[in-house]
Write a protein that binds this ligand. Structure first.
Ligand SMILES: Nc1ncnc2c1ncn2[C@@H]1O[C@H](COP(=O)(O)OP(=O)(O)OP(=O)(O)O)[C@@H](O)[C@H]1O
Ligand SMILES: [Mg+2]
Length: 250
């Protein structure tokens, strides 16, 4: 029974990092401990969690190169319940490596957390393969637009591939729909299309609405739960998604 969850999509800017951090915020709000592992050379999650990638001593790149995860973990600036393995530009050159290394490293610290969230880069290269090899659950983050749904098949194929070659524990556990506009016929049609592609049960509820405060929280490097009534509805969405994730990993 595993608690490591990879949040992925090869498409950039769909909200992988926003959703990962929204879930981490919900976890801490509820009193659960989580570890966020930043696998993106852009290191956005690291930055938003209040850690400057330039000053972090060790990063996910070092863990992929055999440093123990325990040595690389730092506390985030958000909460003592949210820990982080920082991302760094070095990850770019880690594109090649043994995919099982991350799994082994995270296995040694997993006991200390309710869940480990892997924020993947926007590609289906070796970093995402490492994440999927380390993960027990894959969760695809999508946007309900025509471009947002393109390429979902390739993501599912990679999950299949990793399941086949490196990690028979891996499950495609769900799809989180992000950035859903309040009123949009196009978004509704794409949502219907998505449920036809992956099946209704695979789409986690609720969806994450498109909201300025989410964008602001990322820019201000703050947890979405720290905006009071301004973010109450979005925060509630992440609370519900966190509960869903907890049920999944139980
Ligand atoms: N639901 C939302 N409402 C409003 N803005 C959002 C929402 N989700 C994401 N954004 C904004 O969209 C931008 C991209 O989001 P994010 O960085 O989370 O995507 P990503 O998939 O992690 O990108 P990358 O592929 O570069 O890692 C950010 O500026 C973020 O604030
Ligand atoms: Mg990201």
């Amino acid at each position: 029974m595993g608690r490591t969850v990879a949040l992925l999509n090869q498409k950039g800017g769909v909200g992988k990092t926003t959703v990962t951090l929204g879930l981490a915020s919900a976890a801490a709000h509820r009193g659960d401990r989580v570890l966020v592992v930043d696998l993106d050379p852009q290191a956005s999650a690291t930055w938003v969690l209040g850690v400057d990638p330039a000053t972090a001593e060790l990063s996910t790149a070092d863990v992929l190169a055999r440093t123990s995860a325990a040595d690389a973990i730092v506390e985030s600036g958000w909460s003592e319940l949210i820990h982080l393995v920082p991302g760094s530009p070095d990850l770019q050159s880690r594109e090649a490596g043994t995919p099982s290394r991350l799994r082994t490293a995270l296995g040694q610290v997993a006991e200390g957390y309710t869940a480990i969230l892997l924020d993947c880069p926007p590609s289906l290269g070796n970093l995402t393969t490492s994440a999927l090899t380390a993960a027990d659950h894959a969760v695809i983050v999508v946007e309900p637009s025509s471009l947002g749904l393109r390429g979902i098949g390739a993501v599912a194929d990679l999950i299949d591939d990793v399941w086949d070659t490196h990690n028979a524990e891996l499950e495609l556990s769900g799809v989180i729909v992000n950035r859903v506009p309040a009123v949009s016929g196009e978004a509704e049609r794409r949502y219907d299309e998505l449920t036809r592609i992956v099946g209704k049960k695979a789409v986690w509820q609720p969806v994450v609405p498109q909201r300025v405060v989410l964008n602001q929280a990322i820019g201000e490097r703050r947890a979405i739960h720290s905006y009071g009534s301004r973010s109450a509805d979005v925060a509630a969405s992440f609370d519900a998604l966190w509960n869903r994730l907890r049920r999944t990993i139980r």
